[in-house]
Design a protein around this ligand. Structure first.
Ligand code: ATP
Length: 751
């Protein structure tokens, strides 16, 4: 025996603790109507986990708690304990005695216990399922529910039969696996959606990372190119700076020398300006000379004239002397004398006429002159030669004066001439000097412009180099910002070529390098700044998370697969065991049925639920009844019966008694095939006539070999089969009381 006892406290009408000890295979519970017998059957259902309060004849959990009476106040808690003997370990738990307990409080809270340890409802259900005491209640037949299995729909029937066949445990496992599978699939969906959610971000990050990696590669390239470029450029610049310095030195030096020379030449030219004064002086001298010469000429002329006069005078004196001599020897003719005498007479005649003395005097003078003229004309040599000699003397003195003057003038002239020629020489020399200086100035200036041209070229090269240097500095700074300070060490970058080679390289090649660098710089700027460390880190984390989620999905899918396999296995097991179970039940059902009805046929068959399309799913019909607008539903159990000697087929046609007999036959068949540890039958025999009661009694005895029976009954026949009888009574206090009674007492009490 498995069922030891039932203990009720505060449950419905059992206000006080009441214990039923089930020491016999068949225990009968008897008592008058309304004394609380059915409450006992319900106490079993309640303790074993029934969730439908309605099926326990209540509306709320509170209705299951003793509600109080005039005599006794209401209880706060209802509790029922079912005690099992588990020495044979029919329950899968390592205790010899197992107490399954459930309590409900007024606030509706239920508590479940196994051996006083609080557990979940599921734990109870699983524990009992393994012992074929399922929650479908096929082993607790409440009052008026004997034909429940007949009234139930095909699906409910199937559940009851599965329960009775002990397949519930597989169902639980299947449900559990399905739940797990559902949960796993939910998790998969969740993880997948998580993965989907982060996917665009990862994609975005990946793009960023690609960009960053590209920009790192570009930075590396830029660094390499820059190192070469900078090294070359700096070598080029310093080489050219030195070269310029050297190149500039010689022309600059020469220019300096030329400047000095030019200065000197200019000084010379300045001096030559002063030579104008000399020219003026020369002109003055020339003027002096001219006047000296004209004076000299005059003196010479005077001298010549005087010399001529002297010669003339000398010749005249000579001639006079000679003529004197001749004159003195001259003879005057009469006419001449007469003429003169005439003139004188004329004058004398005039004078005689004159009174005025002064007039006479003048006439006398004129007479003297006439005579004088005559004499001088006739005897001019009458002139004194001494006078001529005096004149000659005069002339000679004048000549000597003139000679002296001439000599002075000549002296002066020669001094002037000397001055002149000296000055002229000087001027000539100055002119020569100035001409040379001019030539030199010209030469210097042309050389200077030549040199300035050279220096100009050098300067333009220098300016180009200086610009290159500025560019170089700027580029160095820019590149250092972009690729880091390492590039500042360009000096130590080994190119494997010497400076000469670098400097002489075609400039366009270096320009090409610079263009390449610029291009990379622009692209890098387009990529944006920053090392991207954060993004790389973020991407790494995101990718790791994605990978983790990927693994998670794989794991979940794996476990989903194994759950599906498990479910499939369970379904197969359920299906095969269910089929063989149905076969066994059918054999027993046929037996019990023909035993009850003295013949006839009864069987169960597995069918598929048919649903009307688009109609309420509750409207289920048996297969074949409708041939239109149906769809297949879940599997269920159909019952077909045919009574002996009657043409009645189908459950709906049965009378109440026939229904009761049929359901008892099925119930017993089920119990026979896979006996539950105990069966509670609440007035299942109520509708039976005497003959059937007898048959029922026989069947009960057979059944009690496999299952412990608790029979709530008013039936005398049934009571007679019970090994122990409990009487339940209710007094005026509204409390059910329990007492152990003998058969006769029981008959009494039951009335
Ligand atoms: P019958 O032979 O007519 O089927 P019975 O012996 O099976 O009757 P029950 O139906 O078990 O009687 O008991 C019903 C009795 O239990 C009623 O008197 C009802 O008042 C009482 N009862 C039900 N719930 C409670 C409750 N919560 N508190 C107190 N009494 C209750």
């Amino acid at each position: 025996m498995y069922l030891k006892s039932l203990e009720l406290s505060g449950f419905k009408s059992f206000a006080k603790k009441s214990i039923f000890d089930f020491t016999s295979d068949i225990s009968g519970i008897v008592g008058p109507n309304g004394s609380g017998k059915s409450n006992v059957a319900e106490a079993f259902s309640f303790a074993l986990g029934e969730q439908s309060i309605k099926s326990l004849r209540g509306k709320r959990g509170e209705d299951l708690i003793f509600n109080g009476s005039k005599a006794i106040p209401r209880s706060n808690r209802a509790s029922v304990k079912v005690v099992f003997d588990n020495s044979k370990k029919f329950l899968d738990i390592d205790f010899d005695e197992v107490v399954v307990e459930r309590s409900v409080h007024r606030d509706g809270i239920n508590q479940y216990f196994i051996n006083s340890s609080q557990v979940r409802l599921r734990d109870i259900a699983e524990l009992l399922a393994s012992a074929n005491i399922g929650s479908s209640g096929h082993h607790i037949i409440s009052q008026g529910e004997a034909d429940r299995i007949l009234n139930a729909n095909i699906k409910e029937r199937k559940e009851m039969i599965e329960d009775a066949l002990g397949l519930k445990v597989f169902q639980y496992k299947k449900q559990e696996s399905a739940r797990k599978l559902e949960k796993t699939e939910e998790n998969i969906a969740q993880v997948e959606s998580l993965r989907k959610e982060i996917a665009p971000h990862i994609k975005f990050l990946k793009k960023q990372v690609d960009k960053i990696e590209k920009s790192i590669a570009m930075r590396d390239e830029l660094k390499e190119l820059s190192l070469e470029y900078l090294k070359r450029e700096s070598e080029y610049i310093s080489y050219n700076e030195n070269k310029i310095k050297k190149e500039r030195h010689t022309p600059q030096e020469e220019l300096n020398i030329l400047e000095n020379k030019l200065q000197k030449a200019k000084e010379i030219l300045l001096k030559s300006e002063k030579s104008d004064e000399k020219s003026e002086e020369l002109i003055e001298i020339e003027k002096g000379l001219t006047s000296i010469r004209s004076e000299k000429d005059a003196v010479m002329r005077d001298l010549g004239r005087i010399e001529g006069q002297i010669a003339y005078e000398e010749r005249r004196i000579e001639k006079e002397k000679r003529e004197q001599k001749e004159l003195e020897n001259r003879t005057v003719n009469f006419n001449e004398l007469n003429e003169i005498a005439q003139k004188v007479y004329n004058q004398i005649d005039e004078a005689k006429e004159q009174d005025d003395l002064s007039e006479v005097k003048s006439t006398l003078e004129r007479v003297g002159s006439i005579i004088k003229d005559f004499i001088s004309t006739t005897f001019s040599r009458e002139k004194d030669t001494r006078v001529d000699e005096n004149e000659l003397k005069n002339l000679k003195s004048k000549k000597s004066e003139l000679d002296e003057k001439l000599s002075d003038i000549s002296q002066n002239e020669s001094s002037y001439n000397k001055k002149y020629s000296a000055l002229k020489k000087e001027i000539e020399k100055d002119k020569d000097d100035s001409r040379d200086a001019e030539r030199e100035v010209f030469a210097i200036m042309s050389r200077q412009s030549e040199l300035r041209g050279v220096l100009g070229k050098i300067e333009s090269t220098e300016s180009a180099i200086s610009h290159a240097k500025e560019d170089f500095e700027r580029e160095l700074q820019e590149v250092a910002i972009l690729v880091g300070r390492a590039v500042l060490d360009y000096e130590n970058h080994d190119l494997g070529v010497d400076t000469e080679e670098i400097a002489n390289e075609e400039r366009s090649i270096q320009e090409e390098r610079r263009r390449k660098i610029e291009k990379i710089k622009i692209r890098l700027e387009e990529f944006g700044g920053g090392s991207g460390e954060e993004t790389m880190k973020e991407y790494k984390e995101a990718a790791e998370r994605d990978e983790f989620l990927g693994c998670e999905i794989a794991d979940l899918e794996k476990s989903a697969e194994s759950l599906k396999d498990l479910i499939k296995d369970l379904e197969e097991k359920l299906s095969t065991q269910f089929k063989s179970g149905i076969e066994k039940i059918n054999r027993e059902f046929q037996n019990f049925f023909s035993l009850m009805f003295g013949g006839g046929d009864a069987s169960l068959s597995v069918i598929k639920e048919k649903k009307r399309k688009k109609l309420d799913t509750d409207l289920t019909v048996i297969e074949g009844e409708l041939d239109m607008g149906e769809e297949e539903g879940e599997e269920g159990i159909d019952i077909s019966v045919s009574l002996p000697h009657k043409r009645i087929k189908g459950l709906v046609m049965l009378s109440g008694g026939e229904r009761a007999l049929t359901s008892i036959a099925l119930l017993f068949a089920m119990s026979q095939v896979n006996p539950p540890p105990f069966l509670v039958l609440d007035e299942t025999d109520a509708a039976l006539d005497e003959a059937n009661s007898k048959r029922y009694g026989d069947m009960i005895e057979t059944l009690s070999k496999y299952s412990q029976l608790i029979l709530i009954t008013h039936n005398r026949e049934t009571m007679g089969r019970a090994g122990i009888l409990y009487g339940v009574t209710m007094g005026a206090d509204g409390i059910s009381k329990l007492l152990s009674v003998k058969f006769e007492e029981a008959l009494q009490i039951a009335k």
